[in-house]
Design a binder for this molecule. Structure first.
Ligand code: BG6
Length: 476
């Protein structure tokens, strides 16, 4: 589809997200001719000229785009302007003359500012769809808990309508996340086995070696639960457990995801220990170097309770998933960086052969570091005996040369085309908070368990596992 001419207004234009992810994605789309008639307006509080802003962007493009081309940048640069101001209506009004026709407003801002920005834009009429569409992209987390998420929704709806709101979760633009759907619904063999009769457990892990990366202001407020579980991991969880949709469109898909989330068994606040574990990285050794613990990181208050690791166990009370535990976890400064959905099937009912003792298959959707799908299966060991051995049927989803785009490109294009399929509807966000609120309330007291940087996370995570289940390690 040819994208219509549009103005992209980035609020938070001098911030880290714009520099590292958003603008490099815009540049690559422009370089490929996907956004032929694009104007970019950067907006932030720093006083600077458009020229200085362009120089700032050029520097980050050179850092983050390996195939940077001066010729492409010179063409794009001519379309880039900068306006300085805060989020008050008086200041935001300065954007008005810059924005005509179709416009995409991207809130690349700290979450505390989402509502001021949306209300500010609305109060000067920039949301009005006269002579072109107006859309608002909002980063995560959407609210800090159930109540504040509802409050934020009210504020947004003072001006904006639902069809204009694009709540972004960049995991939904990832290739393997989308492949969870395609692999499942394009293969006949998947449906008969995708249920509690055949699946023993599901483990969703997003482990990172990264630490705070200077983001203490945001991260110390958020923690692993709000930063990763409430959004990215909940989305992967819902997509894994979803019922077949009859038609591939935004409403159907999002409705089916909500139904999964609505079926999640509530976790009572007084039983949180059985269903959730939190940890915080202490000092340790990573790549042979000593690294500080979270509490010693610059900017972190000494009495912080923030968790850098969170793990939860969920059950879905519906026909398909009765009794199957879904384990979700994410942590910083872990031994390895990897993101995966690992589905363990039940063992075969009889052991006919010697060899491998536990004949249960694993199907693994790997999103990081490489994108692939592995099926751990069993076959005969070559030789005179009928013995089993493990074989891994592996498919690489994308070779490096095919993958010179990121989730952000995918999602910016979707928003420019008005396709909300890979953006969150408010009720998904709301259900995710409903599930996690009791845990967050319980975690207002006490302290997370410490784990050494470079380790597999806190020992306590083992207590979530049902009998016979163990966390997979990245080498398994
Ligand atoms: C972001 C979180 O949303 O996702 C970061 O705020 C995290 O803390 C990042 O590092 C992980 O995303 P990816 O795409 O690098 O796996």
């Amino acid at each position: 589809m040819q994208v219509e001419p549009l103005t992209l207004v980035i609020l938070g234009a001098t911030g880290d997200l714009t520099r590292r992810l958003l603008f490099p994605a815009v540049y690559r789309l422009f370089a490929r001719g996907r956004l032929p008639e694009l104007k970019v307006v950067g907006y932030a509080t720093e006083e600077m000229s458009s020229k200085a802003f362009q120089q700032h962007l050029e520097k980050s493009l050179k850092e983050f785009v390996p195939k940077f081309s001066q010729e492409v940048w010179d063409r794009l640069k001519a379309q880039v302007e900068y306006v300085s101001g805060d989020l008050t209506p008086e200041k935001i009004r300065a954007l008005e003359p810059q924005v005509e026709g179709n416009a995409l407003f991207y809130l690349a801002l700290p979450p505390q500012l989402f509502d001021d920005a949306a209300v500010g834009l609305g109060s000067v009429g920039l949301h009005r769809e006269k002579g072109g569409w107006r859309r608002l992209i909002i980063e995560k987390p959407f609210g800090w808990d159930l109540e504040s998420a509802r409050g934020l929704r009210e504020r947004l709806h003072q001006h904006w309508e639902e069809h204009q709101l694009f709540r972004i979760d960049h995991f939904l633009g990832k290739e393997t996340v989308q492949n969870l759907m395609v692999f499942r619904f394009a293969n006949r063999f998947m449906e008969p086995i995708w249920n509690a009769a055949n699946i023993a457990q599901v483990q969703i892990t997003a482990a990172e070696t990264l630490g705070l990366e200077g983001r203490y202001k945001y991260y110390d407020q958020a923690g692993a639960m709000r930063d990763m579980l409430q959004n990215h991991l909940m989305q992967i969880f819902a997509l894994t457990a979803i019922e077949p949709v009859s038609k591939w469109d935004a409403n159907n898909l999002r409705q089916h995801k909500v139904e999964v989330l609505q079926s999640v068994r509530p976790i009572p606040q007084e039983r949180v220990k059985e269903f959730a574990v939190r940890g915080r990285y202490g000092p340790g050794v990573m790549d042979g170097k000593n690294v500080p613990g979270y509490l010693e990181e610059e900017g972190v208050p000494h009495d912080s309770r923030t968790e850098t690791f969170a793990a939860i166990k969920l059950y879905i009370d519906n026909w398909r998933w009765e009794g199957v535990p879904f384990y979700l976890r994410s942590g910083k400064r872990m031994k390895q960086s990897y993101t995966e959905v690992a589905v363990q099937f039940k063992e075969v009912p009889t052991q006919l052969f010697s060899g491998v003792e536990d004949l249960s298959n694993w199907l693994i959707f790997r999103m990081k570091p490489e994108e692939k799908i592995d099926l751990v299966a069993y076959a005969k060991t070559p030789g005179l005996n009928l013995e089993t051995r493990t074989v891994v049927l592996c498919t690489e989803i994308s070779r490096k040369e095919e993958m010179d785009f990121t989730a952000y490109e995918q999602l910016i294009m979707d928003a420019a085309e008005g396709d909300q399929t890979h953006f969150l509807r408010f009720d998904e966000v709301e259900e995710a908070w409903r599930i996690l609120d009791p845990i967050l309330k319980a975690w207002q007291h006490g302290q997370p368990e410490e784990y050494a940087s470079g380790s597999l996370g806190p020992n306590g995570q083992g207590r979530l596992m049902d009998p016979g289940h163990y966390w997979r390690s990245p080498e398994d």
